[in-house]
Design a binder for this molecule. Sequence first.
Ligand code: NAD
Length: 497
Amino acid sequence: MAYQVPLLIGGKMVPSRTEQWLEVNNPATQKVIARLPCATAAEVEAAVAAASDAFVTWKETPVPERARLMLRYQALLKEQHDEIARLLSRDTGKTFEDAKGDVWRGIEVVEQAANIAALSMGEALENVAGGVDCYSLTQPLGVCVGITPFNFPAMIPLWMFPLAIACGNTFVLKPSEQDPLVPMRLAELFMEAGAPDGLLQVIHGGKEVVDLLLVHSQVRAISFVGSVAAGQHIYRTGTEHLKRVQAFAGAKNHMVVLPDANRQQAVNNLVGASVGAAGQRCMAISVAVLVGEAGNWIPDLKAAMAKVRPGIWNDPDAGYGPLISQAAKTRVLQLITRGKGEGADCLLDGSQVQVSGYPDGNWLGPTLFGGVTSDMSIYKEEIFGPVLLVMTVDSLDEAIALVNANPYGNGTSIFTASGAAARKYQHEIQVGQVGINVPIPVPLPFFSFTGWRKSFYGDLHAYGKQAVRFYTETKTVTARWFDDEIVAGPNMSIHLK
Ligand code: NAD
């Protein structure tokens, strides 16, 4: 019988009493890795109650002690880096190197969470009026919730709970039902690092479980990362129930290539950024916009993409792994067929690619479409597979207009040797994360992850200073200490003197 994933509630790994179970499959083999419970309403209630109880003492825990927990956690994660990456490779199919990157980019956020004292300091100003000082304090909210996608099972949970908890909150994590074992391992290590019981709960399931959290009276804030449809639903329902919500959603990221760019660099970066991780990154490049003479580089691009092939996690020659599920592969295949039907030119077709010895894996080879126009559904929809679309335009202005007309605004990049062109692009583009000769500009955690438009619903973004503001309330104190002498009668005006 397959391993049954427990829930983490109140510091204990507990078996679920649910009757509804899902299977977790290895995407390279379809082997059942585990059975996953869809938590019952009572279990969701117990998780929130445990978080709520733990908040009473955790919010009073001195900031340096919270920071030390993060330091111990960071050290443990680094120690277990390879082991977590191996688990991640098995569950997602990512190559080992890429899996290590997924874990590493999460560890970097934990490092940042250890810096919570500096990050959460308020402001102070004396003499804002006669003998009056003013200062601000940041205080935790209470129970925060995280709902995470399949594609970064280490990094994205680590975007959320370490910072929320370092701020003094407690947390309920609902990881993706497609690869929940890495988040469980992260939670185990958090307990091993000395996290008091109830700081972090992990519950499992899909929409029904999420919906219970969205309306729960004790939940104060919700962080979500995933698809647009789920993000819109979570943002609407969470805010309707008067919660703070940050929802990071889907994307369609363009790389603009000017003819003065280094040709080989541009081609190499396009290949890695489009088909790396089988294109299952929210910051993957899915559209190459070749400007002017760069339009002649399509044969180079095709040749470079054709050299990449998928494979299993520990094959040193594999460029990337399988898609996460058979359903995901079917969806991408349908989009490829639709692209052909819409008149796009399929220059490289990975639909039939197989990996020897792994006939059941969700493999898809690199796929390249030329002649794409912005009215085609392959351009309008997020494909989330190893598929790159190429569009050609005559000028930088045209490229900017194209990218700005696309509803998504997660990431974009420009490859050029011209500082002036890069400066113009950075200034005029309506996208929240811009790379200049950097294809996937995911900011390091001292900054924040700042998607815009249809890629983000909310105000304050993930990690960095914005996340600390998201996970805290600001309290502003205005203070006057009287000496003995009463100098004036009642002040009847609003003017603070
Ligand atoms: P998904 O939306 O299917 O699932 C994400 C999470 O939401 C899961 O935990 C799932 O159980 C839950 N969920 C799904 N549908 C729901 C619903 N209707 N109501 C409530 N909860 C629901 O996303 P996925 O397939 O796991 O991840 C891929 C998507 O995530 C892509 O669209 C990708 O662009 C996006 N993504 C965005 C970012 C970003 O930072 N903007 C980062 C990573 C992934």
